[in-house]
Write a protein of this length. Sequence first.
Length: 141
Amino acid sequence: MGPIYLRPELVYTKTTSEYELNTGGTEDYKIARLDMPVLVGLKLIGPLSIFAGPAFQYTLENDFKGIEYDRIDNDFTVGFNFGAGLELGRLGLDVRYERGFNENEATFIDNNISANTSYRLDSRPEQVILSLSYRLSGGKK
């Protein structure tokens, strides 16, 4: 398709974030998910390209250490990616911005306090992603 290309991806991501609780301590919030961005790109000059497209996400694990998990609004969400990439032979380096189309909140209940306390965290936060890739096929571009 000339300078325009389609780049579907399948990405497994596991992140851990630390949150400070009202009780003064901190706890880890762990999320594991499968992302499937479907990116449309435009090759600019030489190895430089830009891309954008939807990102479909399925939450596999949603764990707030020390706090009972109550529910997550949606296990499956849709977001958006856009960014720029540099391709040097089979190696690729790109930076992208990702954001869900809507907040996907997870609700947790802390039973350690006399009155149950409920926490709501966005399990699909906006983020900047830096990635390194290796193209397996050596075919013509």
